[in-house]
Design a protein around this ligand. Structure first.
Ligand SMILES: Nc1nc2c(ncn2[C@@H]2O[C@H](COP(=O)(O)OP(=O)(O)O)[C@@H](O)[C@H]2O)c(=O)[nH]1
Ligand SMILES: [Mg+2]
Length: 206
């Protein structure tokens, strides 16, 4: 290997550096069923190159991870996505995307440790995965917001109908998003932060 050029190796990319004003960091988990847009969301908002552990879907996995949405999707995240966003000058969020299917719940143990909150990504074609995920989050006492990823061929429902269908309590924020758009994904995270703040102010969070 030729190491001659090593003194010209680029330094850290400027966007990899934490803003010097950063004072607090929080761990946020993005969870949802297969193909719901977790990797896309972490990728669209992350200011560092997101880490993604994707593994090509095996023949065995195809039956299990039945992917209604995108026939073109050939890889599924078996472990997680990781990214970072400075949501304000002071607050940095570390994002962990993780699968919601029951067979991946073993990953949740370490991953949810210390998580301040979660985003539940929902595909209206497969609400049942969301039920499982929200139930698990409630068990663990992790507050969450619900973001409905709007796929072109997924049925659109008014948000209050979805709230009822998902049996969400009235204070839990629910919103539509397009995980491919940075601004939209950022809005979801800001909504989560506002929700966490309101819980903290009501003394629900300690
Ligand atoms: N139309 C649309 N497609 C999306 C959106 N988010 C993700 N996708 C597509 O859906 C597929 C699955 O997304 P991915 O992020 O890999 O899902 P994951 O399994 O939850 O990580 C990809 O082909 C994305 O390009 C969205 O908001 N709108
Ligand atoms: Mg993924």
């Amino acid at each position: 290997m030729d190491f001659k050029g090593s003194d010209t190796l680029p330094g850290p990319r400027t966007e990899d550096k934490l803003p010097h004003t950063a004072q607090a960091a929080a761990k946020i988990v993005i969870v949802g069923g297969f193909g719901v847009g977790k990797t896309t969301m972490v990728g669209s908002v992350s200011e560092i190159k997101p880490l993604t552990t994707e593994e090509t879907m095996t023949q065995a996995g195809i039956g299990v991870d039945d992917n209604f949405g995108s026939d073109t999707k050939t890889a599924t995240t078996v472990a997680m996505d990781f990214g970072r966003i400075s949501i304000t000058d002071q607050v940095v969020l570390y994002l962990f995307g993780t699968p919601g299917q029951q067979r991946f719940w073993f990953l949740w143990n370490g991953l949810f440790e210390g998580a301040l909150g979660a985003v539940v990504l929902v595909d209206t074609r497969r609400l049942e995965v969301s039920f499982e995920v929200m139930g698990r989050l409630e068990e663990r006492g992790v507050p969450f917001v619900v973001a409905v990823n709007t796929f072109p061929d997924a049925p659109r429902y008014p948000l209050d109908e979805l709230r009822t269908a998902l049996d969400l309590s009235p204070e839990i924020p629910i919103m539509e998003c397009d995980a491919r758009r940075r601004a939209s994904s950022r809005d979801v995270l800001l909504t989560l932060m506002r929700f966490l703040k309101s819980l903290a102010m009501r003394g629900v969070l300690t």
